[in-house]
Design a protein around this ligand. Structure first.
Ligand code: SF4
Length: 381
C-alpha cells in the first residue's frame, strides 16, 4: 500500500518491521482469558490468519505467563505482551514474545519507592536480552499522576505528551531505540492532536495509532477512521489497532476494519468531512481483553446503546468498561460510567461512584441517572 510515511526509525517486531517507510502494520489483541489457552491460541491464530502483523496478549500474573508459554507453542503470530503494574513479569514473558508494552502511568503502582527509571532500565535489559521491541503505551485514562499535576485539569493532552517525551528521552539515553510510542484517547480529536504534536517533536519515533474504547461497530470504526484519516494521510503512524467491542468469534473484524481504512486512505476515499459529532450522545466502550470477568459485558455494551437511543441528541459521554483493572480509572472522564466486575456492575457519575448493581439491575439505574442528567441540563422553558 503506497502511503508516504514520516522518516521514522525501523523497529523490528519478529517478522514485521514498524516504521522506516514499511507498510503500516495492522494489529489486534486477544480478548479471551489468557489462561484459557485453547481459546487464546485459537483467537491468536484467527487474528494472524486475518492479517494481524502483531497479536497482543495480556499477562497479569505467573499463571498467565505459564499459559503464554503454551500459546507461544501453538501460534506463529508475532506476539506482544501487555504488562500492567507488575513490570517484573517481563522476565517471564520476554523469552516468549517479540514485543513488550508498558504504560508509564502504571509503573508507579508497584514498588512505589523505586524510581521509574530503574523499572524502565530493567525492562530495557530484559528486552535487549530476548530480542524484543518495546511499546511505550500512554493512555489518557491512566496518565502518570506527576505529569497530570503539572498542567491544568482541562488539558489532558499535554500530560500525555510530557510523559511520552520523558520516556523516549530516557530510552534514548540508555541507547535503546527499538521502541514505538502510542498516545491513545477515546476522543478521536484528542488522538489527532496528541499524535500530531508528538510527531512534530519526534518525527523519528514510530507511532502506534489507536482510538481507545472506540466501542461497538459501526460507531467505533467511524471514530477510528476519522483519527486515522487525519494522521495517516499526513505521514503519521506506522502501526494501527482498531479497538472494537466485539464478541470473541468476531474479533478478526478489527483487522479487516483496519485494512479497509488503510485501503480507503491510500485510494483517497476519505470521509473526514463528516466530523464525528461529540455534541451528541457518545457511547464509548473498551474492546475487551483477557481481563473481562463476565462475558455479559459485550451484551451490556449493546444494551446500553439500544436503551440510550432516546437520548441521542443529548451531549454526554457514557463509558462502558469490561473490568476492574482499568475500568475505574477509564470511566472518570465520562459523564456516566459503568465498569463490569464478575457479578456486579459499578455505576459512576464522573469520578463519583453511585453504587454496584446486578447485571439485570444496571440498565434501569443507568436510565434513571441519564434522565436526571438531562433534566438538570435542560434549560427551563
Ligand atoms: S477496560 Fe479492562 S477489559 Fe476492557 S480492554 Fe481495558 S483492561 Fe481489558
Amino acid at each position: 500500500m503506497d502511503l508516504p510515511r514520516n522518516p521514522t526509525r525501523a523497529v523490528k517486531v519478529g517478522s514485521v518491521i514498524i516504521g522506516d517507510g514499511n507498510p503500516i502494520v495492522v494489529q489486534s489483541m486477544c480478548a479471551t482469558h489468557t489462561q484459557d489457552t485453547t481459546a487464546t491460541s485459537a483467537q491468536a491464530n484467527a487474528l494472524h490468519e486475518a492479517g494481524a502483523g502483531i497479536v497482543r496478549i495480556a499477562v497479569d500474573n505467573r499463571k498467565d505467563a505459564a499459559a503464554l508459554a503454551i500459546i507461544r507453542s501453538e501460534t506463529d503470530a508475532n506476539l506482544s505482551v501487555d504488562l500492567q503494574e507488575n513490570y517484573r513479569m517481563a522476565a517471564l514473558v520476554a523469552p516468549l514474545v517479540q514485543k513488550i508494552r508498558y504504560n508509564p502511568g502504571h509503573l508507579y503502582h508497584h514498588e512505589r519507592e523505586k524510581p521509574w527509571q530503574d523499572k524502565v532500565r530493567y525492562l530495557v535489559d530484559i528486552a535487549g536480552q530476548h530480542d524484543c521491541a518495546i511499546r511505550v503505551g500512554v493512555n489518557a485514562g491512566s496518565v502518570d499522576p506527576d505529569k497530570k499535576d503539572q498542567f491544568p485539569a482541562e488539558d489532558s493532552i499535554s500530560p500525555m505528551l510530557a510523559s511520552a517525551m520523558e520516556h523516549c528521552e530516557y530510552l534514548d539515553r540508555l541507547g535503546f531505540t527499538r521502541y514505538v510510542v502510542s498516545l491513545k484517547d477515546s476522543d478521536p480529536a484528542k488522538v489527532i492532536e496528541a499524535n500530531r504534536r508528538f510527531a512534530a517533536q519526534r518525527p523519528d519515533i514510530p507511532l502506534h495509532l489507536g482510538v481507545t474504547e472506540a466501542g461497538l461497530p459501526p460507531q467505533g470504526i467511524i471514530k477510528t477512521r476519522i483519527a486515522f484519516e487525519q494522521l495517516i494521510s499526513q505521514g503519521i503512524g506506522d502501526t494501527i489497532r482498531v479497538s472494537l467491542t466485539l464478541p470473541n468469534d468476531r474479533k478478526p473484524e478489527e483487522i479487516s476494519a483496519g485494512n479497509e481504512i488503510l485501503a480507503d486512505i491510500a485510494a483517497g476515499r476519505v470521509r473526514s468531512v463528516v466530523t464525528y459529532d461529540l455534541d451528541h450522545l457518545n457511547i464509548i466502550s473498551c474492546p475487551s481483553c483477557s481481563r473481562v470477568e463476565n462475558e455479559a459485558f459485550i451484551e451490556l455494551a449493546e444494551e446500553v446503546r439500544e436503551m440510550t437511543r432516546y437520548a441521542r441528541d443529548f451531549p454526554a459521554t457514557i463509558a462502558v468498561m469490561g473490568c476492574r483493572v482499568n475500568g475505574p480509572g477509564e470511566t472518570d472522564d465520562a459523564d456516566l460510567g459503568l465498569w463490569c466486575g464478575p457479578r456486579a456492575v459499578t455505576l459512576k457519575k464522573g469520578t463519583e461512584t453511585l453504587g454496584r448493581y446486578g447485571y439485570d439491575e444496571i440498565l434501569p439505574r443507568l436510565k434513571e441517572e441519564l434522565d436526571r442528567l438531562m433534566a438538570d441540563q435542560t434549560p427551563p422553558a
